[in-house]
Design a protein around this ligand. Sequence first.
Ligand code: 3PG
Length: 394
Amino acid sequence: FRTLDGVEVAGRRVLVRADLNVPMHDGKISDLTRIERLSPTIRELSAKGARVVVCSHFDRPKGKRVAEMSLAPMAAALGQVLGRKVHFAEDCIGLPAQQVIDTLADGDVAVLENTRFHSGEEKNDPAFAADLAKLADIFVNDAFSAAHRAHASTEGVAHLLPAYAGRLMQAELEALTAALEHPQRPVAAIVGGAKVSTKLELLGNLVGKVDVLIIGGAMANTFLAASGLGVGKSLQEAEMHDTARAILAKARAAGCEILLPVDAVTAIAFKPNPPTQTVPVTAVPDDAMILDVGPQTVALLTARLAGLKTLVWNGPLGAFETPPFDAATVTLAKAVAQATDAGTLRSVAGGGDTVAALRQAGVAERMSYVSTAGGAFLEWLEGKTLPGVAALSA
Ligand code: 3PG
């Protein structure tokens, strides 16, 4: 892919595809991370004299104008983060967009209204992509987290204008490539979360790439049950047992070591701070649910960190939103942060739940790299080509 290095942008109109799909609560942005991580690209383009035109989707308005899904609050937040005026256009194509862009001086920044207010966006309609392309001279994609969508503003428009990766896109691609395509070995992945079924392709791809695969979360229950252990009333997918066994066999053949929990924290009821019992995975009571991996598992995993050079983390080890079932994830996250601080481990994390868990542990800033992506990070781990990324190299 082409970066912004050496690109002449002064006086040119630069359409930047950002991911302003930020968490909102009661009409207020609750987390500015994506806007902060976008800001270096906008600052650089603006400092070089570009007329910066930012476009993005927000939420899923399904081709209709939905007032609550306007990008106006994101435009205001971007202005605050940048410490400068950010203009706003009430449509992302046509006259409303054109008129705002025409008023921009070199270095000015504008945000266009939600691209998903037009059905052509998700259909990757060439006519809609052409309408976007008309607004600019250069296209910069800085939305790695939306690059798994082959939409007009992520894919289509990249073929109609000279297209470059923004600095955040570049950082994401460099970090993920270094972690998984050319890692310093041994490389391990931690995969957690509820279901084997949603992470099937990811597990299948990772066993061919990493030296050690650590499986946690409720999906570990499926693996334990598939290996013939009783998991009581734990969340698990009985119909995935054959698949789980096939993944274990594939791992053995590929020389990938799979680490499953050896002990578990269980409870009879899933609620905050219930009475709990910590048991070996060979002795889970029939009436109990596994809600976190146990301290012995955490100790084993922590000891293994010492021998690792690279770690990719996606998915919490337990039901981390409900205390005390965040304990294993928090303890291991702190150990990962320590190994990262010590310079012995390169740690890369991604996915909404994972980043929330790392924040809860207070160590998100201490990872080598935290991706802004959710779905796109998963598809990258699945080994898929992301259309928004591919279009930058075409
Ligand atoms: C995300 O938040 O993962 C991206 O912005 C993609 O959003 P989408 O799942 O609505 O396409």
